[in-house]
Design a binder for this molecule. Structure first.
Ligand SMILES: Cc1cc2nc3c(=O)[nH]c(=O)nc-3n(C[C@H](O)[C@H](O)[C@H](O)COP(=O)(O)OP(=O)(O)OC[C@H]3O[C@@H](n4cnc5c(N)ncnc54)[C@H](O)[C@@H]3O)c2cc1C
Length: 248
């Protein structure tokens, strides 16, 4: 007997309620959906832009906000200068605009505090976005699940959510932030200035009270392939590793 097809998430309009520049290349957009919207940390939405001639472009964006944040859905979008959709958001979209959106989508790359921990999260560039939803969910739920986040960015100024992440790290309540900069010297004593590798993953695991029960990695195809391999080389069983690839 074949399984029941999953119900298709319908398109709906959502209004941009706030825009905030995060880094020189990444801006956050908050959307107020017109219909009730309940998501889990790690999920994404699809947005659809339509031209007057009927041409449509559709892209996926992870949700940065925690499910319980309650101020709309935050998407953090990196500008690709030669891209089609991301420059629209950076150059054209304004507060009050209505955008077509559907979701929440994705049932594998998700975490809830009821899933427990410890967790190892590894993000490259804008790949930190769904991991941020998990980190925020942990903080808002006052979850005791230990989390180590290894976040790779090119330079210090491109560390998305930097102040918020360092503020959460400073609490010393079981959330541990490791920054690694690939084109600049590390600024904090425990940070790195190289690409993610197995030794870095081993040291991140050592910061956790016990081995991770789940490991998440998100970013470009190349980043996810390299970081997932580093996790395996560091001894994390492949069945515990969940990946989300953003494309090129
Ligand atoms: C599940 C998921 C979640 C995501 N979450 C986020 C997020 O939170 N934040 C975020 O910033 N992005 C996210 N992305 C990526 C996002 O969906 C878009 O891919 C990204 O914004 C680029 O879209 P664009 O239209 O600006 O660029 P595109 O027009 O899609 O172009 C992307 C790149 O591909 C190149 N390219 C385009 N067409 C071709 C071609 N035919 N041949 C060769 N190269 C080509 C372009 O030069 C450009 O550099 C996510 C992707 C997925 C799948």
């Amino acid at each position: 007997m074949s399984a029941e097809p999953l119900p298709q998430s319908p398109w709906q309009t959502a209004t941009i309620s706030r825009i905030e520049k995060r880094t020189p290349r990444v801006t956050s957009f908050w959307f107020q959906p017109s219909r009730p919207f309940v998501h889990q940390a790690g999920q994404h939405v699809d947005v659809r832009l339509s031209a007057p001639d009927g041409y449509q472009a559709r892209r996926s964006y992870s949700i940065a906000s925690a499910p319980e944040a309650g101020a709309g859905i935050e998407l953090a979008i990196e500008r690709l200068d030669d891209g089609e959709v991301s420059p629209f958001f950076h150059d054209v979209a304004a507060v009050g605009d209505e955008i077509e959106l559907r979701g929440p989508l994705g049932g594998h790359f998700i975490w809830s505090d009821s899933d427990g921990g410890p967790l190892l999260l590894v993000g490259g560039g804008s790949g930190v976005v769904p991991l941020m939803a998990m980190v925020r969910h942990r903080a808002l739920r006052k979850s005791a699940a230990p989390i180590a986040l290894v976040f790779s960015a090119r330079v210090w100024d491109e560390v998305i959510f930097r102040d918020e992440l360092i503020g959460l790290d400073d609490r010393r309540d079981g959330f541990d932030l490791v920054l690694t900069l690939t084109r600049e010297q590390a600024r904090r004593p425990a940070d790195y200035s190289r690409r993610v590798d197995a030794r870095m993953i081993v040291q991140a695991i050592e910061r956790l009270p016990k081995a991770p029960v789940l490991a998440y990695v998100c970013g470009s195809n190349a980043f996810v392939s390299a970081a997932a391999q580093a996790m395996i080389d560091a001894g994390i069983p492949a069945r515990l590793i969940r990946t989300e690839r953003y494309g090129v």
